[in-house]
Structures are given as C-alpha cells and as structure tokens.
Design a binder for this molecule. Structure first.
Ligand SMILES: Cc1cc2nc3c(=O)[nH]c(=O)nc-3n(C[C@H](O)[C@H](O)[C@H](O)COP(=O)(O)O)c2cc1C
Length: 381
C-alpha cells in the first residue's frame, strides 16, 4: 500500500498485540506477575485510562520533512524521550532476561534502569550496550542495612551506571493479590546478583539486608548523595509538596511514578499527578514520568503535560515473553515509529516544541478544553 511502512512482525502491530501474543506464550503466573498490581488494580487501570481523557491538537502545513524525536537522559543522547523503568525478575519472562532487554535498548538507542531485583548483574547489563552510548541507571529498593545498600551502589558505580534511582514508594510491599493466589516466587535457577551475595533472597524472613527500610525520610537522601558519585533520582513522587521536598533534599531529578499501580491501590494515575508536580518543580530539576504508557501518542501526551522524559516498565517483560531480545526490540521500534508519526502529524519538529498547546482535556460532558488556555474550549480556539 502506498505510503505504508513495512510491518515489523506478522502478529504484533502495537503494544496491545504484544500483550496478547506474550500471554499466549508465558504461564498464567507469569502473565499475572507482569500485568498485575495491588488489590483491585484501580490505579493500574487508571494509569492507562487517563491518557484517553486527553486529545491531541494537531496543526497542519508545518513542513515536517525533518522531524527529530531524539532527546537526552542523564546527560546522554537518546533516540527518543523513552527508556526502561526498573522491573524485577526478567528471568521469569525469558532466558534472555535483562541482558536481552539491554541489547534491545542499545540497538534502538534508549536508556535503561536496572532493578535491584534483576536476575542479571549490572556489569553484564551495561556490557551489552558497549559502544552504543546509551546510559544506564541502577534502581535501589532501600533496605535497612546501609552496607547492603552500599553493595548495590558500588557495583553500579563500577559498572559505569550514571544514575541511582531511589524508589521512595516502597516502605512495604504492596498487596498484590495475584502473587498470593499464584504463590509467586523466584523460580529455581534464577539469582538476584545485585544484592549482597550472602543474602537468602528466597527467604521471607526480616533480614535487614533485604527488608525494605520503613524508616526512610528526606534526610536520608543526603546520605545517598554523599555516598555516591552517580546522580541521585527519586522515584515514586506523586505529590507536589513531596516534589519540593525532593528538591530540598538534593535530588538531581524526580520520577513521577506510582510503581505501575503495584503499591497503594486507589491513588491517582501518574498522568493526573504530573501537571501538579511539574508546576511545583517549575524547571528546577528534570521531571521524568512512568505509568500506563502503551502507545507513541501516550509518550507525546505525557511530554505535552510537562514530563521531560518517559519510561515504560511492563513493556520490557511483555517483549521478552513474546520473543526475547527481538520482542523487546520490536516493542521499542513500534513505540519509536508511533511517536515519530505522532510528532509528524501533530506538526512538531523537535521534542522541545511539544507543549500544552498540543493537547486538550476531555471534560465530563464530552467537550474539550485547551490546556494552553484553560478558559477556552477547543471549539473556540
Ligand atoms: C513486574 C514489575 C516489577 C517491577 N519491579 C520494580 C522494581 O524492582 N523496582 C521499582 O522501583 N519499580 C518496579 N516496578 C515499577 C516500574 O519501575 C514502573 O514504575 C512501572 O512498571 C511503570 O508502569 P508501566 O508498567 O505501566 O509502564 C515494577 C513493575 C512491574 C510491572
């Protein structure tokens, strides 16, 4: 068909297809581990549904011969404003685990943050991207024992990770009902090599090197800042006042995230939380975003609402489950193509140009209100 780019795969044409075909290949326990969240999963659903409460506002005749979707993350150039948020246990989805995700990210030119509950070591993950120039970060689920935290930090520094993501919304594990019902556990043969080697990660006992630190406060951010040369980013910021406290605490950046709806159910979607945080931060530190992104238009909408960069979590696992490294690469290529097509048809040539003028909010009566000028309905622009 004239003008239609070649298909990348004979089954999967978008992330919704990827989910469907991944689920045909992996066990129910695995598919529910990936898609699941806390309790009734209201927040899981809202993270995606919120994107549909915005419409794109395109402009035509904008000379879009040279649209450039490239961006920057942690000081490095990336092919688009999208990367991988940390998701634990990639080994349950495919034997390529985090190494395959890293190779796919490197091939498409996007950054990757590794979970402290990864099944691959940060050194091996970073090595897969050698020569690509993509940046890596290490996520830390903070535990009570400072030496155990330092173990992960030192490994990440030695591997060349640029940023440390401290997960702030994890004083305890969220109540994920699927994991209870399926008696989900780390399969035999998989290890968690970024935790100290003598930690029994299969035990549920309160080992202070593994038990989450419920005593986390803003003051402790300073301790992390003074114990690493990596940038320190705080993940899980949803409240504008917490964003201000994060800046006061010295965060190099924040990630608006609700852990993909896996922690406290019934809280707002990240897209709903984003504008308030962006307003409070007012450009003092970068604001990154994750939660519910499944399409190129979703990336565009999050940027239009003020995010500087976007991340996806589950898509790495769905890609692996469908077809290992190639499945992850396919997912990234689809999102790249969709995002580029969105920029082109909305009529913007660079990521910096994307702003509130490009989205309108759907009100409860179905009418649209411009975000650039809230007093004006789109019909009166
Ligand atoms: C299976 C799974 C495991 C996750 N593991 C971690 C983790 O180890 N540390 C962390 O900070 N966030 C973790 N997250 C949350 C992600 O980093 C991210 O915030 C979330 O997945 C974004 O939503 P999305 O999946 O809709 O893109 C996990 C999410 C999923 C789905």
């Amino acid at each position: 068909m004239a003008g239609r780019p070649e298909s990348l795969d004979s089954n999967v044409y978008c992330i919704a297809d990827l989910i469907e075909f991944c689920n045909k290949k992996v066990s129910r326990t695995t598919s529910e581990y990936i898609a699941g969240g806390a309790m009734d999963m209201i927040t899981v659903a809202e993270n995606c549904a919120s994107f549909d409460r915005y419409r794109l506002v395109p402009r035509v005749m904008k000379d879009v011969r040279h649209v450039d979707p490239s961006s920057k993350c942690w000081g490095s150039q990336t092919s688009m404003p999208l990367g991988f948020s940390p998701t634990g246990l990639h080994g349950v989805a495919h034997p390529h685990r985090e190494l395959g995700v890293s190779r796919a990210a490197a091939k498409v030119g996007v950054p990757m943050c590794l979970s402290s509950w990864a099944n691959s070591s940060i050194e091996d993950v970073v090595t897969q991207g050698d020569g690509s120039g993509i940046p890596y970060a290490m996520q830390l689920s903070v535990v009570e024992d400072p030496d155990a935290n330092l173990y992960t930090i030192r490994k990440a520094e030695a591997a060349g990770a640029k940023a440390l993501w401290i997960t702030c919304d994890l004083p305890i594990l969220g109540r994920r009902l699927n994991e209870y019902k399926n008696q989900f556990s780390i399969p035999e043969g998989l290890t968690v090599p970024n935790l100290p080697p003598d930690v029994d990660f299969r035990a549920s006992s309160q080992d202070s090197r593994m038990g989450y630190d419920r005593g986390m406060t803003w003051e402790k951010v300073n301790w992390f800042k003074s114990h690493t040369r990596m940038q320190v980013w705080l993940k899980g910021i949803m409240h504008p006042e917490d964003a201000l406290l994060a800046i006061d605490a010295g965060a190099d950046g924040i990630i608006v995230s609700n852990h993909g709806g896996r922690q406290l159910d019934g809280i707002p979607s990240t897209l709903e939380a984003l504008p308030g945080v962006v307003r409070a931060v007012n450009g003092r530190v970068p604001v990154h975003f994750d939660g519910g992104i499944r399409r190129g238009t979703d990336i565009f909408k999050a940027l239009a609402l003020g995010a500087d960069f976007c991340f996806v979590g589950r898509i790495a696992l769905w890609g692996l489950g469908y077809n290992g490294e190639d499945g992850v690469r396919l997912a990234l290529q689809l999102l790249y193509d969709e995002f580029l097509a969105t920029m082109t048809m909305v009529g913007v040539n660079s990521v910096e140009e994307i702003g509130p003028q490009h989205v309108a909010r759907v009100l409860s009566d179905g009418s649209l209100i411009s975000l650039a000028d809230k007093s004006r309905p789109v019909s009166k622009l």
